[in-house]
Design a protein around this ligand. Structure first.
Ligand SMILES: Cc1cc2nc3c(=O)[nH]c(=O)nc-3n(C[C@H](O)[C@H](O)[C@H](O)COP(=O)(O)O)c2cc1C
Length: 171
């Protein structure tokens, strides 16, 4: 799929059919995460790929939209890894590690779309409940969750800011 096409046509999908995500697509998603840029190439991120139904339900309860998780056959959880502190201190932990996850999540969303899969980036959740659901080790913190599956809806494109409110050309 053309990159521009993927960027423009990707939509947040919050309802999925019950078709599982096939192995090739999962591998493509993992590759997309792996090759995302990261601060100092420290790759201060760890991703959990969750298909286990009971765990998915727990992740849904950790969010404020459990109905999304109920229909998604796969949930990807992106975690910051605070090992980055050794290299970049607080800025590494509070900013770079979050951005490392975010860059990988965007790669994942676009790659999923290119495989005819729907996704939605979920930021609204209780990280402590996610920690408990995944038994996350100290040092990892969940900062993004992404339910993935075959879309069962086709939302209209959202409104965007007018260009003058978004861009400042400094020439
Ligand atoms: C950091 C971040 C957090 C988000 N958190 C949520 C969320 O908790 N629940 C949700 O339904 N959508 C969430 N979204 C999805 C946005 O609502 C969605 O991207 C936005 O409305 C634009 O729609 P589009 O993705 O179809 O272009 C989040 C998106 C981002 C980037």
């Amino acid at each position: 799929m053309d990159l521009r096409e993927a960027i423009l046509r990707r939509r947040s999908i919050r309802t999925f059919s019950d078709r599982p995500v096939d192995t090739d697509a999962v591998e493509a998603l993992k590759e997309a995460v792996l090759w995302a840029p990261s601060a100092g190439n420290l790759q201060s991120r760890v991703f959990y790929f969750v298909t286990h139904e009971h765990t998915r339900q727990k992740l849904g309860k950790a969010s404020y939209q459990p109905e999304i998780f109920a229909s998604a056959p796969l949930v990807v959880v992106g975690c910051t890894d605070d090992a980055i502190v050794g290299e970049y201190g607080e800025r590494g932990r509070d900013l770079y590690a979050v951005q490392d996850v975010a860059a990988a999540v965007q790669n994942l969303l676009l790659t999923a779309h290119a495989h005819d899969l729907g996704t939605v980036w979920i930021g609204a959740f209780d990280p402590e409940k996610v920690r408990e659901a995944l038994a996350l080790p100290a040092g990892l913190e969940a900062v993004a969750m992404v339910p993935v599956g075959t879309p069962a809806e086709a939302p209209a494109p959202p409104e965007h800011k007018p260009p003058h409110a978004l861009f400042h050309d400094v020439v």
